[in-house]
Design a protein around this ligand. Structure first.
Ligand code: PLP
Length: 407
């Protein structure tokens, strides 16, 4: 089959490929402890589920506006203004099936050949994939352990120029759990004005900040006009499978994104929007309980990983990910990189994690290895996973013998 040339530039999210392998191994009867997929292990809170059931009975089963139902957009504007101090109205909001389409559409609408787009690396893989897809130049902004997995503002200053069309930030961050400090956000805001670029601020983990308060770049003067906030219900309300997200942006851009919605999805499912409104306006105890539980689990997994020989793990300030440094343990086991460690742990120890390669292209000078754990798993699962990793990484002979079969 002949594909359009642009398809050769499209990347993917390998977490879904690892998930498929995990499911296959489970179907074969293997006992797998999974830390690979980034979704809450909780059920959607009951008030939200009930609202959806009622909405179906109330016949919210038809097409609705491409940008989202007016009620829901008003509700989102109120919620975002309350959590960020912004002044959005419904005309600034576009509702999409999951938050991911916001990055797809925004990059498609704003960037093209000749433009540079700066994005966090390691980072959510779809940023890089989409920048490549639209033919723009992908400029990775390194997130480093020495900056608690935020970025060095001086490095950022050296990367941006008048060619920069868009800068992507993600805080709290996937895969590292890092949070961008207030001063760095302020500097980004100044640079955005100086070089006249837009900022796509991926705030999908805004309700999962474990240390300190959530900060949005929109708090700085003029930034509401230069920012697209990406957020949604997937992580905060354990609604990954519902597909419900949104973007907040200048009206002119919101109209363009709504047009892309008309051309692709027509609209987001109406009854999920009714339930989404209940999520934002109703009882928050489910969301608060999940956030508190993730905080407790973070401490368990960080302590457990640091107790394993050859692994060191910073305590990240947000999300439900940890990004331990596994350089030493790879060297000890004779494994060349984190991808080999990912496979060793999956096939030999029954533990699913994701290696560095799942989160964007490596820089040439990168010499450290990391793996991502999504600790959206019960304390028992976390403890069992840690036990298996400790056992598998203590067995140097076994790892070397396994690697020999792979090469
Ligand atoms: N942004 C980041 C940083 C994510 O980690 C994810 C999901 O893993 C998304 C966006 C997409 O969220 P959704 O499932 O609502 O499309």
């Amino acid at each position: 089959m002949k594909f359009a040339e642009r398809m050769s530039h499209l990347g993917t999210e390998t977490a879904f490929e690892v998930l498929a392998v995990v499911n296959r191994l489970k179907a074969e009867g293997r006992d797998i402890t999974s830390f690979s997929i980034g979704e809450p292990d909780f059920e959607t809170p009951e008030n939200i589920r009930e609202a959806a059931k009622k909405a179906i009975d109330d016949e919210f089963t038809h097409y609705c506006p491409s940008a989202g139902m007016m009620d829901f957009r008003e509700s989102i504007a109120t919620y975002v203004n309350g959590t960020r101090g912004t002044g959005y109205g419904p005309e600034n909001i576009v509702v999409t099936p999951g938050a991911k389409p916001i990055m797809f559409y925004v990059i498609l609408a704003l960037a093209e050949s000749g433009d540079e787009v700066v994005y966090p690396n390691p980072g959510f893989p779809i940023y890089e994939s989409m920048i490549d897809f639209v033919g723009a130049t992908a400029v990775p902004l390194p997130l480093e352990e020495k900056h608690a997995f935020s970025f060095d503002v001086e490095k950022l200053e050296a990367l941006v120029s008048d060619r920069t069309q868009l800068l992507i930030i993600n805080s709290p961050q996937n895969p590292t759990g890092g949070v961008v400090p207030r001063e760095s956000l302020e500097r980004v805001a100044e640079l955005s004005e100086k070089h006249d670029f837009m900022v796509l601020s991926d705030e999908i983990y805004s309700r999962l900040v474990h240390d300190g308060e959530f900060q949005s770049i929109t708090r700085f003067p003029g930034m509401q006009d230069r920012t697209i906030i990406l957020d949604g219900h997937s992580k905060t309300y354990a609604m990954t499978g519902w597909r419900l997200g949104y973007g907040c942006m200048p009206e002119e851009l919101a109209n363009a994104i709504a047009k892309l919605m008309t051309n692709s999805n027509s609209c987001t499912a109406a009854f999920t929007q009714v339930a989404g409104k209940e999520a934002l306006e109703g009882d928050q105890s489910g969301a608060d309980m999940m956030s508190k539980t993730f905080h407790e689990r973070r401490d368990i997994i960080v302590d457990g990983l640091n107790a394993i020989d050859g692994i060191t793990c910073l305590s990240p300030a947000g999300a439900f990910y940890v990004w331990p440094n596994v350089t030493e343990v790879c060297a000890k086991l004779g494994l060349p990189d984190s991808k080999a460690l990912q496979n060793y742990l999956l096939f030999e120890a029954g533990v699913a994690v994701l290696g560095r390669q799942c989160f964007g292209r490596r820089a040439e000078d990168e010499d450290q290895e990391y793996i991502r754990f999504s600790y959206a798993a019960s304390t028992e699962v976390i403890q069992e996973g840690l036990r298996r990793i400790e056992e598998a990484t203590a067995d140097v002979e076994r790892a070397r013998a396994w690697w020999a079969t792979q090469t």
